[in-house]
Design a protein around this ligand. Sequence first.
Ligand code: HEM
Length: 155
Amino acid sequence: MRTDTRKQHWTFCLFALIAAALWSSPGLAQEKKSLYERLGGVYAIATVVDDFIERLLVNKTLNANPAIKAARSRVPKAGLKFSVTAFVAQATGGPEKYAGRTMVAAHGHLNITEKEWGVMVAEFKKTLKKFKVPQAEQDELIALLATTKGDIVKK
Ligand code: HEM
């Protein structure tokens, strides 16, 4: 009888230890989902990109840059939305593969200034707000965007 009680005690302790390990280890029970998953996958990303590109296409500051304006009328917007969606999906950890040009090759000829970059970020924030993207995911997306700045804004 006493041995049984002791056994129960140790079994309980073992369970408690395993539960504590699972609870505290991000690699086990609480593995963090990718940004892609937290955003809702490719359909949600495509929806956000669609709204964002539509805003950029009519933006007065961006269209005042003749190189951007010329590219706008030459490049079909559906293709641009597709490419940007694939880029964001890949960058956020999704299975889609971006097969377009590098950011330098795609933007070098556009002479994008600091001011134009700032306008683009402001429009992106409006889109994120419109779709009620949670603050943590917004921050991660803005940080991701910032990693491309050096390749996109002219030196
Ligand atoms: C002020 C900022 C930006 C402007 C004005 C802009 C504008 C453009 C334009 C006009 C094109 C088409 C260029 C051409 O084919 O001649 C383009 C392509 C592209 N942009 Fe941007 N862009 C900006 C920022 C960004 C950022 C931050 C990203 C990614 C996070 C991005 C991703 C892309 C991609 C993936 C393509 C397609 C490249 C390809 O066709 O191979 N752009 N952009």
